[in-house]
Structure formats: C-alpha cells, structure tokens
Design a protein around this ligand. Structure first.
Ligand SMILES: Cc1cc2nc3c(=O)[nH]c(=O)nc-3n(C[C@H](O)[C@H](O)[C@H](O)COP(=O)(O)OP(=O)(O)OC[C@H]3O[C@@H](n4cnc5c(N)ncnc54)[C@H](O)[C@@H]3O)c2cc1C
Length: 317
C-alpha cells in the first residue's frame, strides 16, 4: 500500500524496540501493508525471568519463546527486522532520520518508540543472580507463583508497605525488610501492617542466600537469618533509552513518555507504546498499546482525500 499511496521515504514506520509492544505494532502495520522496519537491540526487560505469566493463550512460556513466536509471525506478515541499536533520532513528521549501531541510517515518515524500561536493582549481594527466579518487582506477574509462601518486601517507605499489603492477596506470610532504615510510615500505616500480621525487620540486609536456583534465606546484620522463598522490591525504573528525551518528547513526573489516545507523543509523528508510557508493566498491555499505535499510525498515513467530507474524524480507536 505504501508504494501505491506515493511515499518517497525508506520506510513509512520505523519501530525502536522489539518487545511485545514493538512486535505487535510491527505485525499490525505489516497487515496494513505498510513498509515497516523493527529495530531491536535484543535486551528485553523480562529476559531474566523463567516464564511470561498471565498472557491468555500462552501457558507460562519462556520470554524468549514468546518473542520468537511473535517475531516469526511479524516477519511472515511482511515486516522487516534489524538487530541493532537506534543511536540517533532527528527530523520531523514525514522525514525522520534514524542512526543505527550497525548498518546505514534509515529514513521514516513515522517513528514508534517501544524501547521499554530498565529495572533498578537493589545493590545487595544475591539480588542480581536471583532476579526473575525468586526476586521480583511485579506483584501482578509473580505474586501468584508464591501463593502461601513466606515472602519478603525490601523497603522502608509507603510504596514498600503498600506492596507488602498487596501481596497478602496471595500469601499471609509477609515480612517487610527495612534494611537498616526506620520505617518512613505514619502510625496509622504501622497499625495497619500490625493488624494484617506483616512483620517488620529493620536490620541491615547483608545478602540473599540461594538454595539451588531459588532464594532460601536473607542474612541480616546482628540478627537471626530470615527464611523466605521470594522477595519483592520497590525501587522504580528508568527509560530503556534517552531518545525521546533528546527529541523533546514530554514526559510525566515518573519519566514516562506522555501520549494521547492514539499513542502519539507531544512530538508530531512520534508515537510510543509499552512500558515507555507507564504502568501497568505487563506483556499484554504492552502488546495492546502496540496495536493501538499501529492502527493510529496507519490512519495517519492515509492520503488526505480518504478523509471524505461528512465523515467523522478518525480517532485511532
Ligand atoms: C523479572 C520480570 C518479570 C516479568 N514477568 C512478567 C510476567 O510474568 N507477565 C507479564 O505480563 N509481564 C511481565 N513482566 C513485564 C514485561 O516484561 C514488560 O511489561 C514488557 O516486556 C514490556 O514490553 P515492551 O515492549 O514495552 O518492552 P521490552 O519488552 O522491554 O522491549 C524493549 C526492547 O527494546 C530494545 N531497545 C531498547 N533501546 C533500544 C534502542 N535504542 N534501539 C533498539 N532497541 C532498543 C530492548 O533491547 C528490548 O528488546 C516482567 C518484567 C520483569 C522485569
């Protein structure tokens, strides 16, 4: 369709990032017969976990297998794929230039930013090794796997206390590890934790000790070790790239790219989908945003005379 509608650029859409958001957008843009290139450097957010939970129709498949299937389907539909990092992005609507870490630069009429977020891990011995198997940040993803288990939350503030209460959805055995800090909580919050039998341990955490691949206990300074099977933390995330910031896209207070109902950012022609736009950080919502962006991108590329007088404005929904 791109040729028939008279585009002169290399691509109609270049997608930065090949996680579920980028892959879903590429699939749908290919179905619309758009010239679409997916550029992915291949470091997905969930690469350290053993399974993607909660995606209807996929029963706890490994993340790499989910991506393999999505990529296969996307390429079969006609999208192009390049393994590279997008290192530069400049230009304006209908004429963007993207520099890549490998191969020549490409031009595109539209850009979709789907480069995800990166997790900030607590700097404690054992956390990085156990991240994804028994150390987690997402209760919605991994809470159900720990039903009935003894679970710790690392943190001393309102966010950590809220996370501990939320995890009671799956298990009553909850301990809040404040890691040498006094709890930064009002008396009412402390009373709620006590009522709900959330234990508070305030010793400094020394290390997480595994048994096999899984967490076995937490060693603390000057105190008895704490036996737990899972640990959650609440530290926040950073954008997977600074491309949007360099281009001048507006961000919210948490550092997510602001988008409208069609996933378009404050920079015309630049769209964003997936974890880059904020919570919930889930594969299915990233995929859904990718599809929403693809629909809007396709509509934005239709010739003006397709917008017949007397018809309603397309809204991308
Ligand atoms: C440990 C863990 C477990 C999780 N478990 C679940 C779960 O069970 N169920 C669930 O629904 N969700 C889970 N999630 C959340 C889920 O992984 C994310 O919400 C989802 O991957 C977001 O998809 P995305 O496409 O926005 O970004 P990502 O999947 O992070 O993909 C972004 C891609 O962009 C690439 N990229 C970054 N910068 C550039 C650049 N400059 N150029 C080119 N490519 C670039 C990255 O390498 C990556 O491949 C988990 C997350 C973590 C951390």
């Amino acid at each position: 369709m791109g040729e028939e509608l008279g585009s002169t650029r290399d691509y109609e859409v270049v997608i930065v990032g090949g996680g579920p958001a980028g892959l879903s957008a590429a699939l749908w843009l290919a179905r619309y017969r758009r010239r679409v290139l997916l550029v992915d450097e291949g470091v997905p957010r969930n690469q350290s976990t053993w399974a993607v939970h909660g995606y209807p129709g996929l029963s706890d498949l490994p993340p790499a297998e989910v991506r393999r299937r999505m990529l296969q389907q996307t390429l079969a539909a006609g999208a192009e794929h390049r393994e590279a990092s997008v290192t530069g992005l400049a230009g304006r609507k209908d004429d963007f230039l993207l520099e890549l870490s490998a191969g020549p630069a490409v031009r595109s009429r539209r850009v979709l930013l789907a480069y995800g977020q990166r997790d900030v891990l607590p700097q404690i011995e054992g956390v990085a090794d156990l991240f994804g198997s028994s150390v987690f940040h997402c209760p919605d993803c991994d809470g159900p796997s720990l039903a009935g288990a003894r679970v710790a939350v690392l943190g001393h503030d309102h966010g950590a206390a809220s996370l501990a209460l939320y995890l009671l959805t799956w298990t009553p055995h909850m301990v809040l590890l404040t890691n040498g800090q006094p709890p930064e909580l009002p008396a009412a919050a402390l009373a709620t934790l006590a009522t709900r039998n959330v234990e508070i341990r305030s010793e400094r955490v020394l290390r997480l000790v595994p048994r096999g691949r899984f967490l076995h206990r937490v060693d603390v300074e000057h105190g008895e070790a704490i036996n737990v099977e899972g640990l959650f933390f609440h530290l926040g995330t950073l954008p997977g790239s600074d491309l949007a910031a360099r281009l001048g896209c507006e961000h919210d207070a948490a550092g997510h790219i602001r988008v409208d109902r069609t996933q378009e950012s404050s920079v015309p022609g630049v769209y964003a989908a997936g974890d880059v736009t904020g919570q919930p950080y889930l594969v299915i919502s990233a995929a859904a945003e990718g599809v929403r962006a693809a629909l809007a991108l396709h509509r934005s590329l239709l010739p003006p005379d397709f917008d017949l007088p007397g018809t309603e404005e397309p809204d991308g929904s």
